[in-house]
Design a protein around this ligand. Structure first.
Ligand code: RNT
Ligand code: ZN
Length: 419
């Protein structure tokens, strides 16, 4: 037995003393696929012929060398990332990341053929794909409105885009035999006091009704909608607010996407989990890390993410939660950013699965609140790391900080050669 196995055996004993089966936690963790956002690899640039500056608060800062410049580099980077994280995951695509090597037709004309090579790629890796319509970084989004624009032509352009994205998602799910989640987020809003708030929201509803008219098999795809609080340039007013999409998703049987960067900084997204799951069958989470604002820093194992995952597990809804990452940091090695973020989210899941739920609930039932808090506090210093290391070890991915040198190697051999 090597040290990793030895520490795991000792850890297992300690967990079993408080009624937890570490083996079972590992098995459950292994069933969770994380939806890995493709946009960290190239700072949300995409492969359309021309890249328009991003809008709606989407902005990667930094100019660390080595970003993926084309589809092949991006795939290579993601493959590298997948070598350094345990488990089977999904790649989360945005429409702007289609294979446009034979020409980009415009967002209102994209077709399944632009995603055929992605499907092939995913098939070879035996992973699923998720999808997003792209409503930002485009001249038709420049004045701050897309689906809620007062100009019918602009609205129709974006409606057509979203319809196509939904049918592409359906096709992807069908081809890969893995359900594809199509998420819709728009940057619509305004920098300053606005007097047509109601009008824009009415228009957004109208556009969405048109977009979601067509029904697809739930085996192939499902739709989610994502709200936001504010963005750079939409500080005063965001059309697709939380109340708007909460209502829309409930009425129309859609999945609601909770991005933890899209709420007031002191608002707890963790507490939303149990409230929403009373009414929603499935939820999508965009996990991110905001520093002072929705800054989309790399996800780390912090209390915010741990609390959200605890609530998901406590509600018994891990298999009803789509867990996606949403951050973009251009200031450090981007492969490293991915690996830190994915592994942090997996650690948060594992840590939630290792909570002595039964005992905590027993204390709670018996009103033994000192005991409840004490046990919860003690779980924080249980040998969690030994279980995590063992999980990485049995999956043949780097244990602990060993991925640092692998990423350094990739940087020397691959990333540093890019322009
Ligand atoms: C923007 C939203 C959205 C995007 C991606 C790129 O604030 O969080 O999810 O980050 O669609
Ligand atoms: Zn998001």
């Amino acid at each position: 037995m090597n040290n990793i196995e030895k520490s795991y055996e000792l850890a297992k004993e300690q967990y079993s003393a408080i009624g937890i089966d570490a083996e079972k936690a590992i098995k459950t963790l292994n069933e969770v696929s994380i939806s890995i956002h493709c946009w960290q690899a190239d700072d949300v640039t995409g492969f359309e012929k021309e890249h328009f500056s991003s809008g709606g608060g989407i902005m990667a800062t930094g100019n660390y060398p080595g970003k993926a410049r084309n589809i092949d580099e991006l795939r290579k980077d993601i493959e590298k990332v997948l070598e350094m994280v345990p488990g089977k995951h999904k790649l989360n695509l945005h429409a702007m990341y289609g294979d446009y090597s034979n020409g980009f037709p415009g967002r209102d004309k994209i077709e399944t053929k632009h995603f055929e090579s992605w499907i092939e790629w995913a098939k070879n890796l035996d992973i699923g794909l998720d999808f997003n319509s792209t409503f930002f970084s485009h001249p038709y989004a420049d004045d701050g409105y897309t689906l809620s624009h007062t100009d019918r032509n602009i609205r129709e352009y974006w409606i057509e885009h979203a319809k196509r994205c939904r049918s592409i998602s359906n096709y992807i799910g069908e081809k890969l035999k893995k359900k594809c989640i199509h998420n819709l987020w728009i940057p619509d809003g305004s920098k300053d006091i606005t007097f047509e708030r109601f009008r824009h929201r009415e228009l957004l509803k109208e556009s969405l009704d048109e977009i979601f008219k067509e029904k697809f098999s739930s085996n192939n795809m499902a739709d989610s909608v994502e709200s936001k609080l504010f963005g750079i340039g939409s500080e005063a007013y965001v059309v697709g607010s939380h109340e708007f999409y909460l209502s829309y998703a409930l009425k129309n049987n859609l999945i609601l996407c909770i991005d933890n960067g899209h709420f007031h900084p002191t608002e707890s997204c963790a507490d939303k989990v149990s409230a929403l799951f009373v009414f929603f069958d499935e939820l999508l989470f965009h996990l991110t890390r905001g520093i002072r604002w929705d800054s989309d820093h790399i996800v780390i194992l912090n209390d915010e993410v741990k609390d959200i995952l605890n609530e998901i597990v406590l509600a018994g809804k891990l298999n009803k939660s789509h867990l996606a990452l949403d951050f973009f940091d251009a200031s450090i090695n981007r492969i490293g950013a991915y690996v830190i973020g994915i592994r942090a989210l997996q650690k948060a899941i594992l840590s939630a699965l290792l909570l002595p739920v039964e005992r905590l609930r027993e204390y709670e039932r018996d009103k033994k609140y000192f005991q409840r808090l004490a046990l919860f506090e003690e779980t924080k210093t249980k040998p969690f790391g030994s279980v995590w290391n063992y999980y990485c070890y049995i999956h043949d991915v780097p244990v602990g900080e060993d991925y640092i040198k692998e990423i350094e190697k990739y940087e020397n051999e691959v990333l540093s050669k890019r322009d």
